[in-house]
Design a protein around this ligand. Sequence first.
Ligand code: UN1
Length: 493
Amino acid sequence: MTKFNNYINGVLTPSVHAHTFQNVNPADTDDIIGHFPISSEQEVHAAVLAASNAFISWSKMPAPKRGDILRKAGDIFTRRKEELSAIMTREMGKPLFETLGDIQEAIDTAYYAATETRRLFGYTAPSEMDNKMNMSFRTPIGVCGIITAWNFPIAVPSWKILPALACGNTVVFKPSEDSPHSAHIFAEILEEAGLPAGVFNVVYGDGSTGSALVENPAIKLIGFTGSTFTGKKIAERCGALNKKCSLEMGGKNAQIVMPDANIDLALDGVLWGAFGTTGQRCTATSRLILHKDIYDSFINALITKTTQIKLGNGAHPNTQMGPVINAKQLEKIQHYVAIARSEGATCVIGGDVEISGDCAKGHFYKPTIFIDVTSDMTIFKEEIFGPVLAVTKANSLDHAIELANNCDYGLSSSLFTGNVDAAFRAIRDIEAGITYINAPTIGAEAHMPFGGIKGTGNGHREGGWTAFEIFTEWKTVYVDYSGSLQRAQIDNY
Ligand code: UN1
């Protein structure tokens, strides 16, 4: 059995105590990938100390030089893409074509971050005084604690870690218990790229490890992706401790389809949005809002297409939908499906675990569709994080948008229509950080702002240049070369 160690100060460091957790293949629970430590407060402290020490020289390194290392990391991710995709599929289940995409997102992010190190723009503005110059520029924040979910084991950490490093911060990364092996490879790649020891550290563990990271006084910022429940707790602690904190949390994303849409495209869109990654994306389409004129025909076609989805081990080339992540998540899905039934929604396909054939040894759930879902039902409101789609009827575009907005979350959204006026109204009126027109709710590109409003986020955006706002502070500088005391707002007015 492979035993994995934390990565602290450039060294794979055995845990000081015996507590470990198992990393299991969700498609075949007999397949144990390895044991990882549940890191204690001392181990977190050792990692944070290494990162604090490394910050002194890393933050002073010219940013484009840091960028050269990140570019090299992009090259190594590219070289190891196939191998890493198999590792990722084995530990978190999604099919290989999806894990390849996950890594591509990290490659894109690495090259983007590398380039951005030559463009960490500040700004200058005229002074209100003679012989005085005003300027402002970005500075790194310090040691950043990064805590992420398992559904995008490489892409989502890369959205945070690579910009953080580009800006001159150092990092302690606590990956999800369900995708630690990918984090191990992440560290290998950054080391090979030439990152100095201590700049990037990995501590494995559970909620207690994450909590030790949040509480550590030398951690200046927490970047978190995960549940709204945990995110809110982190935000409370960061508020009390006066730490910067960026949160990417849940979603309950809706796709609206109007009668004038390209219906085949809308069908393909919802199939990919709802059942891609087994519905386990924050951006997954978990609500489908259909205009009444196409309600019945669209549902019939959707059921037919859903029956064709090939469920199985993501490592097999024909698999279209992999397992859900673990037994607990499978139970959670079952729980929500039972509630949906008891509240009067109609299950037209799926609604149960899949245990036949290739699926016998894993955590598989059938692609599931509930129709006649109303806005008061639990399945309409709460994030399930599984292959369960709730379909609701709308009388008009305005009604559809109202239904889409009737939600505590605000991450992604989508409208299929052939009408340009309808599209622009939806772009304006849908309450979400991301709106797609004639495309599903999933598919964010690495160089665009990513994040949500309402229960999804706390005002930050990852992806593209907006991530660099998260990982920098501002320094404002006034240079007075008049040789005399010039009192602002007083001597000049
Ligand atoms: C997530 O939803 O958990 O837009 C991240 C997408 C991916 C990233 C999703 N590029 O679906």
